[in-house]
Design a protein around this ligand. Structure first.
Ligand code: SF4
Ligand code: SF4
Length: 145
């Protein structure tokens, strides 16, 4: 057998044996690594403080200025007369179009609108994803959790 054919054989053997061995060890090491996923919804993770979940409005802080609605890039905030009377106007949010950018939160003067850690936005109808004034002030209490 010539030298070049020996080298070719060696090269092929390396490909046949070493290649699968590398693949095997690459895959099997993940058997012993902690899984990054969880069995939601039976288990939940603790989100970082700055996590951007579903928005909520504190009607005791809101002054009804409407800045949140003006800065929203997706125009999914609508100012409506507040049934409780104070503030006179309150934001309602259409979650179908919210991209959780946080601009409304950043621009709110009294920090009355904020992201919660609520992530499950469940609905059977499009209207279920509209946070009217009754829902938008109680997001954390509702079944959106
Ligand atoms: S998070 Fe962004 S897209 Fe959603 S309501 Fe606020 S400004 Fe609009
Ligand atoms: S949530 Fe903030 S920005 Fe929006 S109307 Fe109320 S006070 Fe103004």
């Amino acid at each position: 057998m010539s030298v070049s054919s020996k080298e070719g054989l060696l090269h092929r053997l390396k490909r046949i044996i070493i290649g699968p061995l590398i693949s095997f060890f690459t895959v099997t090491k993940y058997v012993f690594v902690k899984r990054p996923t969880i069995e939601y919804p039976t288990k939940t993770i603790i989100f970082p403080d700055r996590f951007r979940g579903v928005l909520e409005v504190d009607d005791e802080l809101c002054i009804g200025c409407g800045i949140c609605a003006k800065v929203c890039p997706n125009t999914c905030i609508f100012m409506v007369p507040y049934e409780k009377g104070k503030p006179a106007m309150i934001p309602e949010i259409d979650l179908q179009h919210c991209m959780f950018c946080g601009l409304c939160v950043d621009y709110c003067p009294p920090q009355a609108i904020y992201h919660t850690h609520v992530v499950s936005i469940i609905g059977f109808k499009r209207e279920d994803l509209y946070l009217d004034q009754k829902k938008v002030t109680r997001v954390q209490e509702l079944e959106y959790k």
